[in-house]
Write a protein that binds this ligand. Sequence first.
Ligand code: SAM
Ligand code: SF4
Ligand code: SF4
Length: 352
Amino acid sequence: MTPSSLLPLPSSLRDQFNRPLGSLRLSVTDRCNLRCGYCMPEEHYVWLPRESLLTFEELGRLAAIFIALGAAKVRLTGGEPLLRHGLPTLVKMLATTPGLGDLALTTNALLLAAQAERLREAGLRRVTISLDTLHPERMQAFARSGRHADVLLGIDAAGAAGFSGTKLNSVIIRGFNDDEVLGLLEFGRQRGLTLRYIEYMDVGGATRWRMEDVVTRAELLATIEKRHGRAEPVPDPANPAAPAEVFRLRDGTTFGIIASVTAPFCGSCDRSRVTADGTWFSCLYAERGVDLREPLRLGATDRELADLIAAAWQGRDDRGAERRLALPGRGALYQLDGLRADPRREMHTRGG
Ligand code: SAM
Ligand code: SF4
Ligand code: SF4
């Protein structure tokens, strides 16, 4: 059955807060070659069983159903998605799915230099690269990797392969890289890449999270405006669900802030995520997900899977970040035993 045979579908699929199903994050692995302190600070992890990981055919089929239901934007993530063997093959499958509007990848770029060209040829449209520090020794201490140079090569390779509109994501944490706010902006500016600052979130995985360590949107703006003058907000009415607020400086440089902690944007959130084992989460903070792998492997039709997804989306009332903001004395979302009990609570499994 092809996605077109699913039509007609509820073109205006809406959740309990009238939010459309607009974008899908597809995690292709829970493994990673970094150990970022805000995501994987522990020594040992419980991994998803290998046999539970969706095949490319299964991922492609699920993606096609989500796209038919309205999730025209698909982002590949992980763990580190470039660790998934043969990723360009999956990209090629997804790129030709009818109804696809955008196909992007979020990566730490360690392996990007070797793969950028093949990914571009396969039909990947955009890349977002995580870069938290310009100091190799900081990356060594914070993310337990000495491969900073490979990240820089990966960033250059994205440009050389013809990707445009590449974004850099930087999570700013007090005492780690809060003195690099201007340096990272300049790094992006020199390369024509848009930097997006992300507030440090208390997601699963961030077991050491403390509110005191969050460098807030207000602080980021104050630091930037002190050096560069007023940062003018750039509204994007065509893209109301975009998580980043965009600003422009006098010299034309633009940057974004994703203020998930101090100014959550749940009200317009059209995102959901499928883990590499086929569990579908309607919110980054959701306690439970919907198992799509079992019906998939038990022979459910596309229509049955679409009905399952549509019904769950219609019942969605998640506003995780807003609810966290309202909590007094907020601390880490999960302690280690909570994460060990269910690896799907991890950010590196949910995909960010
Ligand atoms: N490994 C890839 C990478 O790092 O780009 C993709 C997966 S990673 C989970 C996706 C995004 O989540 C990254 O940009 C990362 O910085 C962000 N992230 C992870 N933990 C976070 C946290 N505690 N707060 C804010 N952002 C976080
Ligand atoms: Fe860092 Fe991404 Fe790996 Fe998490 S999944 S440890 S954010 S590189
Ligand atoms: Fe969307 Fe949940 Fe994040 Fe709010 S917390 S923006 S509802 S994923």
